[in-house]
Design a protein around this ligand. Structure first.
Ligand SMILES: [Zn+2]
Length: 352
């Protein structure tokens, strides 16, 4: 399986692996100004419970990523401008909107013993990993619910965007796939049909892509480093969906070393692809591991790409009349990079 293929490129210390991959006010609703000059409101989920999602022993996806973002977010004065939402733990029923019950049980069991791996080696178990992973899902669901309460709302979940987890298994630092759960939640609880998933993380969002490969109403667009040089090895341009969904999926692999110029050249096609289907909700996975200097990937984006993606998706969502955008942090293993990219995304949500 893919784990062998990308092992050399994204290797977690102490676990031979392939890679993989994953905020200020503690408990409470410290409402910020909440609404920007154009009438859009923005929320950010932050809190100690969410920060617990991370792996020990020098793993690149450590629990310090949340604090790295939170510091930059506060230094830029963004905490005063948004509504802060508390993390919460998703229920089993919520997890099973997307995941197989057997996978949920498996994670519960491993969480109690706290040893071993949840996949082929990239994603180690630790005591409490179930609650930590379920909290990422619960946080993305809380942000989604908040968005749906009123028009023109956007939100950001810093540790969300765990796009490698499959319905039946963990993969690439991702225990549960919060994006997949959000899609199923929107369908089943809110009857939203056409949902756009846009991913600019360096890694292909395989956990989302293959879960909805034959679903014509999940509009997928993913700019990533080519599978020839990076985990998970998938996401070729020829993968456009199956059956009735053929053409609804756009994969844009870029060569190792591609930077802002290449991103700017392909981004208009991404935007045009999703606009064609007039989605009722936008999910943006804005992994910061596509930035220059990431220790386990090879793209060279600057934070300007992340800011542009968020800004232009918000503008599109507004043109479509609903304004709904949920941005999730995704990967990013250089702490300075993730802090800058994610803060830039929040600024875009506020100003777009
Ligand atoms: Zn990634």
């Amino acid at each position: 399986m893919m784990v062998a293929a990308a092992g050399a490129l994204c290797r977690a210390p102490a676990v031979a692996a392939m890679c993989y991959l994953r905020a200020a006010c503690r408990h409470g609703r410290r409402p910020g100004r909440g609404v920007n000059a154009k009438g859009a409101a923005v929320a950010v989920v932050l809190g100690e419970q969410l920060a617990r999602y991370g792996f020990p022993c020098g793993h690149p996806f450590g629990t310090d990523r949340h604090a790295a973002f939170q510091r930059e977010f506060e230094q830029r004065g963004l905490a005063r401008q948004v509504t802060l939402l508390e993390p919460r733990i998703a229920s089993e029923a919520e997890l099973e909107l997307f995941h197989a019950p057997e996978h949920v049980r498996f994670v519960q069991e491993r969480s109690q013993c706290g040893t071993g791996s949840l996949d082929a080696g990239d994603t180690p178990a630790f005591r409490g990993v179930y609650e930590a992973a379920a909290c990422v899902v619960g946080s993305s669901l809380a942000a989604t619910r908040w968005i749906l309460e009123a028009p023109r709302r956007r939100a950001f979940v810093p540790i969300g965007g765990l796009h490698h987890a499959r319905r039946e298994q963990a993969a690439g630092f991702c225990v549960f796939n919060d994006c997949g759960v959000v899609v199923e939640y929107l369908r089943r609880e809110h009857d939203l049909r056409r949902i756009a998933y846009v991913d600019i993380d360096a890694h292909h969002g395989d956990g989302v892509f293959y879960a909805f490969e034959d679903d014509p109403e999940l509009i997928f667009a993913d700019v990533h480093e080519s599978g020839h040089s990076l985990y998970p090895g998938t996401g070729a341009a020829s993968e456009t969906g199956r059956g009735a969904a053929t053409g609804t999926k756009l994969n844009v692999p870029l060569p190792a070393g591609a930077g802002d110029e290449q991103f700017d050249a392909v981004w208009p096609a991404v935007l045009a692809h999703v606009e064609r289907y007039a989605p009722e909700f936008f999910l943006l996975q804005c992994g910061a591991d596509s930035m220059a200097g990431d220790p386990i990937t090879h793209l060279q984006f600057s934070g300007a790409c992340h800011a542009r993606a968020a800004r232009e998706l918000c503008a599109l969502a507004d043109r479509l009349g609903h304004g709904r955008v949920l941005a999730c942090g995704g990967g990013g293993y250089d702490r300075g990079n993730l802090a800058r990219a994610w803060s830039a995304v929040v600024e875009s949500l506020l100003t777009a």
